[in-house]
Write a protein that binds this ligand. Structure first.
Ligand code: NOJ
Length: 738
């Protein structure tokens, strides 16, 4: 009897307690790993209070200006229901503590999205993006993004604010360092490669991070190259120059977008309905979310379109902004705006949906925590460093090589190594290298020591500082130069001279560095200039003094070895410029795809005091071998709009060294309803060639993709008529029929 009673009680417990609990759990669709993402979002959204929704639209920061003593307090102050955090720390344990709070203390257990600026590597710092583009090797760039994603993910970061695909036509603007140069197609190709590297084929895989396209849009047009200024840009330029890289990366599946600081012809990007909603979300069907730039919502007040935070919140949310970075304006104002019926709940739901979608796609609901692995397994893996070396190698550009000054003749016995960059480490990292460590950088001098070993004596003198007027170190530099067979002069920019908020009024190097070269010139020794910088430089005075020039950009942690290999001849340089070097600052803007002049004859309209051409165009770069281009051929001289046209050119390595040649294919439409640039890059390919080897390079022209053009509404049109395809110094005409 007793047992029966006990069994009965047990039965009731099962029926009334356990079974409902079980069914209840299985009814929570958003917690079901295998349920479709859209259903999980819908379910979760239906359970959220307005306050919980608004919290999702906000991003806090942690780790900046905090030290170990107060970090605990800061961690506690992070609300458990916050949408996202900018995570300055590299500590996965701390991240997990914060995440645990979100998962266990917030009512619905919504994971936090941890974001950070991983711009060109995490701990392994790769060359700056501008340099990466000079490799013309998207596969390599994709691999670097993949490695960076892995280091980031293991440090607690799920989302990187990269790639930056802003076209910068004014190199005074410090942020040209962060882009892939001046050309829309190049930015599209490298932007897509980077997105693919970060995100992989599955965003939820353990080593993928979400990409963020920035800064949408036309930030690179900031007036006068001054950061945070307005961009006065025509609708036509928007569509043909600034938007295409974004469209390509959206089509490639980029998870998120960051709106830019600038005002676009009067309407700041943060509150620009046309850009955020009509183009991005409606025309391109983008289903991820848009985050503002740092404090950019409140800055609508400075930009003169909002009288206070409330109006700033109203304008930006209604324009289509989904997440407010840092300034809490959404948090402080959205509830009132909804109450006052100025912001419909549907808009909030849409923004939350977009943010949750990215979180689900990242697998954060199912795997919210970072796997803790030993630091030595997390960072600086050998294969990573080798990749950083390879990318640095391919991004270095040989700009001048008078009478084969380089590679250094062997046997060379004594070389002078001079200049403020020679032993510098910190500046080789470039801007946005927050987790990079100076002590992990290989300097130019260390690379040379390793390359030349005991066979060559290196005589070092700093010569001067990066800036200032102190010439007291010149004499020592001149002295060692006199006693050496060649002089390697390492010059450049501090890393703080490029990147955000780092505009310069001139793109030349400071006078003190130019003067040092003039002094060394007097020794009569061969001068080899090594330049490390984050933008194109004005070299009008330096170029004539140098026998050889190698542009190494800011190569990251592993630039010393590849540079030394180029100087010794172990490596044949293959980088080509992805950005034009104006002859002087006064030539700006100077870019390869300008529209034709109305008076192109008899040098009309030219500058009277300087050459009309830049010093080096996009695509320029020398090699230690020679490439001979055969006659390019067309598969047909006439095609219809739906046909494709094949153009081929055979390139032979006629020198005695192995090398890699990049072939650039351009299109020109001489007569169009809208005047077209003198040439537009449509395809490029890099191939390795052994001495004497010949390879065929092919460009398949697809008229709808390569010959069509946009009007100022972004509508594509394709016109029949004559076109040119250009390769090297050849220009071939063909006709497009109706
Ligand atoms: C401001 C910069 O413009 C942007 O590029 C960066 O991602 C954010 N700050 C976050 O650090």
């Amino acid at each position: 009897m007793k047992t029966m009673k006990r069994n009965l009680i047990l039965f009731f417990i099962v029926v009334f307690a356990v079974i409902p609990a079980y069914t209840q759990k299985s009814n929570i669709i958003y917690k079901q790993k295998d349920a479709p993402v859209e259903e999980r979002i819908k379910d979760l959204l239906s359970r959220m209070t307005l306050e919980e929704k608004i919290y999702q639209l906000n991003q806090y920061t942690i780790g900046e200006n905090t030290n170990v003593n107060n970090i605990g307090e800061v961690t506690k102050s992070i609300p458990s229901k916050i949408g996202s955090l900018i995570y300055f720390s590299a500590d996965p344990v701390r991240r997990n503590t914060i995440q645990k709070k979100a998962m266990e203390e917030s009512r619905l257990g919504i994971p936090i999205l941890f974001g950070f600026d991983i711009i060109h590597g995490f701990r392994v710092v790769y060359p700056i993006p501008l340099a990466q583009a000079c490799s013309w090797n998207p596969e390599l760039v994709k691999s670097a993004a993949e490695f960076a994603a892995k280091e980031s993910k293991l440090s607690g970061v799920d989302w990187t604010f990269s790639p930056m695909i802003d076209i910068g036509l004014d190199p005074r603007w410090g942020r040209v360092a962060e882009s892939y140069g001046e050309d829309p197609y190049t930015n599209a190709v490298f932007g897509v490669a980077t997105v693919e590297g970060y995100q992989g084929t599955d965003l939820s895989s353990p080593y993928s991070v979400a990409a963020c396209l920035k800064h949408y849009v036309a930030y690179g047009m900031s007036e006068g190259g001054r950061d945070y200024r307005a961009s006065n840009v025509s609708q036509q330029s928007l569509w043909e120059t600034y938007l295409p890289p974004y469209q390509a990366c959206i089509e490639a599946g980029a998870a998120t977008v960051m709106s830019s600081f600038n005002d676009i012809s009067g309407i700041p990007a943060t509150a620009n309905h046309y850009m955020l909603t009509e183009i991005l979300k409606q025309k391109w069907q983008y289903d991820g979310f848009v985050v503002s730039d740092w404090n950019a919502v409140s800055q609508l007040i400075h930009q003169g379109v909002a009288k206070d935070g409330k109006e700033a919140a109203l304008k930006s949310i209604m324009a289509g902004l989904d997440m407010d970075m840092k300034d809490n304006i959404f948090l402080e104002n959205l509830a009132d705006l909804i109450e006052e019926k100025k912001v419909p709940v549907e808009r909030i739901d849409d923004a939350v949906t977009r943010i949750l979608r990215v979180k689900f796609r990242l697998g954060l609901f199912d795997n919210p925590y970072t796997n803790i692995v030993d630091e030595k397994d997390r960072y600086l893996k050998n294969e990573d460093i080798l990749l950083a070396q390879k990318l640095a190698e391919e991004s270095m550009v040989l700009l001048k090589n008078k009478e084969n000054t380089l590679p250094l003749p062997s046997p060379v016995k004594e070389i002078a190594v001079v200049g403020p960059m020679a032993k510098d480490k910190s500046n080789m990292l470039g801007s946005w290298s927050y987790h990079g460590k100076e002590e992990e950088v290989e300097s130019i001098y260390e690379g040379l020591e390793k390359e030349f070993g005991k066979n060559v004596r290196l005589n070092y003198a700093k010569g001067c500082d990066f800036d200032g007027t102190d010439e007291s170190l010149f004499a020592e530099a001149v002295h060692i130069a006199q006693h050496s067979e060649a002089v390697i002069i390492c010059l450049g920019e501090l890393k703080t001279w490029s990147g955000e908020n780092a505009s310069r009024s001139t793109i030349s190097l400071p006078v003190i560095q130019e003067k040092l070269v003039s002094e060394l010139k007097k020794t009569g020794k061969p001068l080899i200039l090594i330049l490390s910088n984050g933008r194109p430089l004005e070299l009008a005075r330096l170029e004539p003094l140098a026998d050889a020039i190698v542009e190494i950009w800011q190569p990251g942690i592993a630039g010393g070895t590849p540079l030394a290999g180029i100087l010794s001849g172990r490596i044949n340089p293959s980088g080509r410029l992805a950005i034009t070097f104006p002859y002087t600052t006064g030539q700006i803007p100077m870019y390869y795809n300008m529209r034709p002049s109305s008076r192109p004859f008899r040098e009309m309209g030219n500058y009277q005091d300087i050459p009309n051409d830049p010093l080096y165009w996009l695509g320029y770069g020398l090699s230690y071998t020679d490439y001979e281009y055969g006659k390019a051929t067309l598969s047909s001289e006439k095609i219809s709009k739906d046909q494709k046209l094949k153009v081929e050119v055979a390139v032979t390595n006629t020198g005695d060294r192995k090398g890699s040649e990049t072939v650039f294919w351009y299109i020109n439409d001489p007569v169009s309803t809208i005047s077209r640039p003198v040439k537009e890059l449509k395809h490029f390919e890099k191939k390795e060639l052994n001495p004497g080897e010949k390879k065929v390079f092919v460009f398949e022209i697809d008229p709808h993709k390569d010959l069509s053009y946009v009007d100022s509404n972004g509508d594509r049109f394709l016109e029949a008529g004559d076109y040119y395809v250009m390769v090297n110094d050849q220009k071939l005409k063909f006709e497009l029929t109706e």
